[in-house]
Design a protein around this ligand. Structure first.
Ligand code: ARG
Length: 282
C-alpha cells in the first residue's frame, strides 16, 4: 500500500444535470459549470492537503455527466476491483471507461452478471472486514452476495427506504471499525437492527444535515471531508476525536452527490485475514 491513501476522482469537465434518475436531479436546475469546477478543486485540495490523500484521475468522458461520481465505478479490495453494473441506462456508458482504468492500473477486474445491478462503493462500505451493502433503489440484494463471494468477505445487506437516500453512502458513513454516522430514517427497521448489532457506536445525523449529505463524507484516518452546513455532525466528530474539514459541494448536491460520491478508495485492504485473524502487512 502506498504511504498516502489513494482515491480516484474524475474532473467535472462534462458534469451536468442532463437526465433525472434520483429525486435531487431536476433539469430545470442546471449545474453552474464554473462553480462545480471550483468546488471539485476545493475538495481535491482538502483531500490532498488536509487528509493526506493521493488523488488519481481518470479521464472525463463527453456524454457521461455523472462520471464525476467515482464511488460508483466499482469497489476495490487489494488488487481486486468489482466493476459496477449501473441500474440506469443513463450511466451504463461509464462502465467500459472505469473497467479500462482499473485494468490499466493493475487491478483484476471482476464483473457481475449483466442483469444484476450493483453501484460499487456507493452501495457497499466496509466496517472493519464486513461489507455493509445497501439495496432497493440501485444495487440489488442478490448482487451483494456475489460481490461478497468475489472479494471473500462477509456481507450484510441493508434495505433503504427513502428515495432521497438512494445509495448507502448517502445515509451511512463508517468512521472506523467501531463507529459510523448514519441517518436512521433512511433504513428499514431490520436494517437498523443489523446496524445496531454490527456497529458498536452509531452517531445519528439529524434530517436537516442528512439532506446536506452529511453522511456522504470521505474518511481517511481521523480526518473527515464533508459538505458545509453540517455543524451538528462536525461537533459530534470532534467529540469522537475526528477532525472535520467542511468544503462547499452544493453544485454536486443538484445531482444527488457530495464528497464521498466524488471519490473511490483505491487502497482498501482487509484488517484481518478471515481464517486466523493475522493482520495483513499494510
Ligand atoms: N446522479 C448520480 C446518480 O444518480 C449521483 C450519484 C451519487 N453517487 C453516490 N455514490 N451516492 O447516479
Amino acid at each position: 500500500m502506498s504511504p498516502r491513501p489513494r482515491v480516484l476522482m474524475v474532473p467535472p469537465t462534462y458534469y451536468g444535470i442532463e437526465y433525472e434518475i434520483n429525486p435531487w436531479m431536476d433539469r430545470r436546475q442546471p449545474a453552474d459549470t464554473a462553480a462545480a469546477q471550483r468546488q471539485w478543486d476545493g475538495l481535491r485540495s482538502v483531500l490532498v492537503d488536509r487528509l493526506g490523500a493521493e488523488v488519481c484521475l481518470a479521464e472525463p468522458q463527453r456524454g457521461c455527466p455523472d462520471m464525476v461520481f467515482t464511488a460508483n465505478a466499482g469497489i476495490v479490495l487489494g488488487d481486486q476491483a468489482v466493476l459496477s453494473r449501473f441500474r440506469h441506462a443513463e450511466r451504463q456508458g461509464e462502465e467500459p471507461h472505469f473497467a479500462a482504468w482499473f485494468a490499466a492500473h493493475g487491478y483484476n477486474v471482476q464483473r457481475l452478471p449483466d442483469e444484476i445491478a450493483f453501484e460499487g462503493e456507493g452501495d457497499a462500505l466496509f466496517v472493519g472486514d464486513t461489507l455493509l451493502a445497501g439495496y432497493l433503489y440501485r444495487s440489488e440484494v442478490r448482487g451483494h452476495q456475489r460481490v461478497g463471494e468475489l472479494l471473500g468477505v462477509r456481507t450484510l445487506s441493508l434495505e433503504l427506504t427513502d428515495p432521497r437516500f438512494y445509495h448507502l453512502d448517502t445515509c451511512f458513513c463508517p468512521l472506523d471499525g467501531q463507529t459510523a454516522a448514519y441517518f436512521p430514517g433512511a433504513f428499514d427497521e431490520y436494517a437498523r437492527r443489523v446496524l445496531a448489532a454490527e456497529v458498536p457506536l452509531l452517531v445519528a445525523v439529524v434530517e436537516e444535515e442528512a439532506v446536506r449529505f452529511a453522511c456522504n463524507a470521505v474518511v481517511l484516518g481521523r480526518h473527515v471531508a464533508l459538505n458545509t452546513g453540517c455543524p451538528n455532525l462536525e461537533a459530534d466528530l470532534r467529540t469522537l476525536g475526528f477532525t472535520p474539514h467542511a468544503t462547499p459541494l452544493d453544485e454536486f448536491l443538484k445531482a444527488g452527490g457530495s464528497a464521498k460520491c466524488l471519490t473511490l478508495h483505491l487502497d482498501r485492504q482487509l484488517v484481518r485475514c478471515l481464517d486466523g485473524g493475522v493482520p495483513e502487512v499494510p
